[in-house]
Design a protein around this ligand. Structure first.
Ligand SMILES: [Zn+2]
Length: 61
């Protein structure tokens, strides 16, 4: 399962990985601002897509 957190304004992928991260942790990674569109992330809801980017590696769960 892959967790994807995107900027709600431009769709920039702020985080993508198999480990779930809190929104706050991701915001701190980028200093609370989207590096692409410079939107203040803290004031916007961030879309969190889980498992949308599914690349099956053949690993049994
Ligand atoms: Zn953005």
């Amino acid at each position: 399962m892959v967790y994807v957190i995107k900027c709600d304004s431009c769709g920039f992928i702020l985080y993508r990985g198999e480990e779930p991260k809190t929104v706050e942790a991701v915001l701190k990674m980028w200093g609370g601002t989207c590096p692409k569109c410079m939107s203040p992330l803290e004031r916007r809801p961030i879309k969190i897509a889980i498992g949308l980017i599914g690349r099956r590696r053949g690993a049994p769960a």
